[in-house]
Ligand binder design. Structure first.
Ligand code: 1HE
Length: 257
């Protein structure tokens, strides 16, 4: 008997993990099993793993919420389902593990919500960014109003949803939905190059980048500035700060924990 294919495949190469969404026949649409598999991974990633490259098998990153499951949910179930998405996306964004997403094809609805929870987004020319919830008679529920609204602005997100427009990789780059727009088949190699750089940073510096910047952005300026000072004091207290500063003065690359 052949083993059923995993919904989420993980491989570790040194400090760099590769996480592959494996629902190619459904364009990597997010069903409950996939959402739970993501949660399990990000709740307890292997300690050696310092950065993750997230991609979708085949021609699409993620076609959003699995609509065949969603059609059966009532209001109460939809509330809890949306809150579940929030907790999983929050774990991805703030769990402390930097995530680079490799975007191609559909980055639609919940697929865009997932991408927006990642820290580095690289788009190939086939990428389509879209929030088609209005066309399906529903509304976003996986964190888009907070994350995508912050990236492109509430005004532009409202227009994007009202008209159901599609943004290309290049447009997404201009808007901040992608950080890089590359040629076909170039996203994965670039993701690994960037992953190696990120993995070589001091762990606490990376942790603070993931956790302090977005939170401070939500604070009043004087509160945020105080938290920034606490964060920098914390980073300064680590052996990695000694190493990083000494390495610079000794004109050599740093070697962090
Ligand atoms: C799906 C899904 C899905 C594909 N849920 N099954 N997302 C959307 O509204 C996007 C819906 N999908 C599409 O617009 C298209 O499938 C694509 C543009 C992504 C790809 O088109 P194509 O021609 O390559 O594939 P296809 O023939 O449309 O789909 C292939 C199969 O995947 C087909 O199933 P099959 O059993 O007939 O082979 C599709 O039904 C299935 N499939 N996308 C379920 N999304 C937390 S709230 C977030 C709310 C949202 O995400 S709303 C946006 C949902």
């Amino acid at each position: 008997m052949t083993k059923p294919e995993k919904i989420l495949d993980f491989r570790l190469d040194g400090a760099i993990g590769s996480l592959l969404i494996c629902r190619e026949d459904k364009r990597n649409a997010m069903n409950d099993a996939l959402l739970e598999a993501l949660d399990r991974f990000f709740a307890a990633p292997p300690p050696e793993c310092r950065v993750v490259v997230l991609s979708g098998k085949g021609q699409h990153f993620c076609a959003g919420l699995d609509l065949s499951q969603h059609v059966k949910r009532n209001a109460e179930e939809t509330l809890h389902h949306s809150r579940r998405w929030h907790s999983v996306m929050e774990r991805i964004q703030s769990g402390g593990l930097p995530v680079i997403s490799v975007l191609r094809g559909a980055v639609i609805g919940g697929g865009l919500e997932l991408a927006a929870a990642t820290h580095v987004r690289i788009a190939e020319p086939s990428t389509v960014f879209q929030l088609p919830e209005g066309r399906r008679g529903i509304f976003v529920g996986g964190g888009a109003t907070a994350r995508i609204g912050r990236i492109i602005g509430a005004d532009r997100m409202c227009e994007m949803m009202l008209t159901g427009r599609k943004y290309s990789a290049r447009e997404g780059l201009a808007l901040g939905l992608a950080h890089y727009a590359v040629n076909a088949d170039e996203a994965l190699p670039l993701a690994h190059t960037l992953a190696a750089k990120i993995a070589a940073n001091a762990p606490l510096s990376n942790y603070l980048m993931l956790n302090a910047i977005a939170r401070i952005n939500d604070m009043a300026q004087s509160d945020g500035l105080f938290v920034e000072s606490l964060a920098t004091a914390l980073a300064q207290s680590t052996p990695d700060a000694d190493e990083g500063l000494r390495a610079f003065l000794e004109k050599r690359p740093p070697k962090f924990r």
